[in-house]
Write a protein that binds this ligand. Structure first.
Ligand code: HEM
Ligand code: SF4
Ligand code: SF4
Length: 528
């Protein structure tokens, strides 16, 4: 399983880096599959509202009203209809890729099960929307869908009488049943919006809008497609004859041809088992979870930075329970915590300038302590020799760092790169434990813990607390967000960084005052 997933992940990352070059990292659609899903949803809603204004819900008038929209008011209605269809097709594509991507990147198990679990009903809802939409056109495709779907529903044996009988001939066709379909096509998207909202509730700072450039480009592509290949109806439905040829929409209706070969119950069996498997996937097998972050009240002043930085809403502030002078304290919900350590990287007390004996930050990972990170840093630094000594910090989900190590280069792996407090860079460089620090990890734009790369970059750029002090020369910090497929490029970037280090004049740092070695917040600066 792990081998297959690694191959699939490498394949995904190769496509990602290809798209990085084509669209730039910021606009790479592969990093915005979820937000594109929202975007396509809104396009279908807006275009759907327009169509509904001119659509006649009567069974005999539906086809004519759509012909009017498509042919008579071509530039407005026709384009809206095409946008409606192509955005729904695009929704299927990004949703399937999104599902596959989260699975392959292993972002669906452990504390993250909820988001996966709530994604599964979205699959059913999207298909229900699309199928009911095709039905409303009441052309030969709609007729085929109506007959096949009602036969499938009849095979469940839960309806008092056969619904497929409605579609035997024009006389048995019930207008009320058609109205029900229109109602479903409006009610399901509204319910879907609720599920989409629930789906992202555990993601802090969840993005629901793609970047403007990507949104404009995507809308432009859909418009071009709408002009080149406008969505049109097929010949009108006629229950008196069985249509000879029908064009299927393979995004929504790929399973329909199977209905000719398999019984209704077999189809329900396949769909039910598939859904159950998807729902159970987060526990097949369950993820070995790292112990949740824990708070040390003696070192927590309730500043809330850990709350702001936790990507999974696992930390909250609550009224102080220990009678100290501070009004609030951090509290971790163990069931939501993924053990990424980003909170420890955000805590102002996580500074290596404190003595080892005192290095218990306000929040820490029990099996990956900040104190151990300091010890590991000093340990590897002691063994480095030669010019341009570099300590590389990387994350568990990026490339294996062993291959980078040499007499001049040491590497330390963290759960997430944002577990590294900026004060560590200050410590390594200004205390001359190495000439430079190099950071690496997941591919840019695709952090395993969602926000780790973004937070770390903002901290180093001085845009987010705790930020890197101005005294640390930026020329001595390098990074390359490699992912697992760009190992060779990582080696090249590191080699180039070391060459640049060698060309730098010797650094001049102020000698540390002895007092800073014990100062709680030394080495960390804050905007607040
Ligand atoms: C209409 C369809 C869907 C939409 C619009 C959608 C949208 C989103 C969005 C906006 C996010 C948050 C991205 C972020 O800020 O990190 C997300 C996360 C996620 N989605 Fe979906 N999603 C859809 C369907 C699905 C399906 C079908 C599945 C799988 C069964 C799924 C699984 C996940 C998972 C596992 C995450 C969380 C990843 C993490 O913890 O980082 N989604 N989705
Ligand atoms: S960042 Fe540290 S000090 Fe601030 S609330 Fe969280 S644990 Fe407490
Ligand atoms: S380790 Fe910290 S930042 Fe990561 S999920 Fe747990 S509480 Fe949130």
């Amino acid at each position: 399983m792990n081998g297959t997933r690694a191959i699939a992940r490498a394949a995904f990352e190769s496509v990602d880096s290809l798209f990085d070059r084509a669209f730039t990292t910021a606009w790479n659609p592969m990093y915005h599959l979820g937000t594109l899903g929202w975007f396509f949803y809104w396009i279908t809603i807006v275009s759907g509202i327009y169509l509904f204004i001119f659509f006649d819900t009567g069974i005999h008038q539906a086809y004519e009203s759509l012909e009017y929209i498509t042919n008579v008011q071509w530039y407005a209605g026709g384009v809206m209809r095409s946008l409606h269809r192509y955005a729904s097709d695009a929704l299927i594509i990004v949703m399937m890729l999104h599902l596959l991507c989260e699975f392959v990147m292993d972002r669906y198990r452990g504390a993250r099960w909820f988001t996966w679990f709530t994604g599964v009903p979205l699959l059913w809802l999207v298909f229900a929307c699309g199928i009911s939409g095709y039905w409303m056109v009441w052309d030969v495709l709609a007729q085929y869908i109506a007959v096949a779907t009602t036969e499938l529903l009849d095979s469940l044996g839960i309806f008092g009488q056969s619904i497929a009988r409605n579609f035997l001939n024009p006389e048995t066709l019930s207008g009320r049943f058609f109205t029900l379909m229109v109602f479903i096509h409006i009610a399901v998207p509204l319910f879907m919006l609720l599920v989409m909202w629930i789906h992202i509730q555990r993601q802090r700072n969840a993005r629901v809008n793609p970047p403007a450039g990507l949104a404009i480009g995507t809308l432009g592509a859909l418009l071009v497609l709408s002009f080149i290949e406008p969505a049109v109806s097929q010949p009108p439905a006629d229950l008196g004859i069985v249509p000879a040829t029908i064009d299927l929409d393979w995004f929504y209706l790929a399973a329909y041809p199977l209905l000719d070969r398999l019984s209704g119950m077999t189809m329900w069996g396949i769909a039910g088992t598939g859904t159950l498997l998807l729902l159970l996937l987060p526990v097949l097998p369950p993820k070995r979870r790292r112990a949740a972050a824990s708070v040390d009240l003696d070192n927590c002043n309730g500043c809330g930075r850990c709350v702001d930085d936790c990507p999974f809403s696992a930390v909250a502030l609550q009224p102080r329970t220990d009678g100290s002078g501070f009004s609030e304290e951090a509290v971790v919900s163990a069931s939501l915590c993924t053990g990424c350590g980003i909170c420890a990287g955000a805590c102002p007390t996580s500074t290596p300038f404190r003595r080892t004996s005192e290095l218990v930050p306000g929040i820490d990972l029990p099996d990956h302590r900040i104190r151990d990170l300091r010890a590991a840093t000093l340990d590897v630094a002691r063994k480095l020799t030669g010019p341009a000594r570099v300590i590389v910090y990387g994350c568990e989900h990026g490339p294996a760092l062993r291959q980078l190590q040499s007499k001049q280069v040491a590497a330390i792996t963290l759960p997430c790169i944002a577990m590294l407090p900026p004060a560590f860079l200050d410590f390594v460089i200004t205390r001359r434990h190495a000439e430079g620090v190099f950071l690496t990890g997941c591919a840019a734009g695709d952090c395993h813990y969602r926000l780790g790369l973004r937070w770390e970059e903002q901290r180093l750029a001085g845009e987010r607390d705790p930020y890197l002090r101005a005294r640390v020369p930026r020329t001595r910090i390098g990074n390359f967000w490699a992912g697992i497929t760009r190992r060779r490029r990582l080696q090249q970037e590191l080699a180039a960084f070391r060459e640049r280090l060698q060309a730098l004049p010797p650094p001049e740092y102020r000698k540390p005052r002895p007092a800073t070695d014990t100062g709680v917040a030394a080495g960390t600066e804050s905007h607040g």
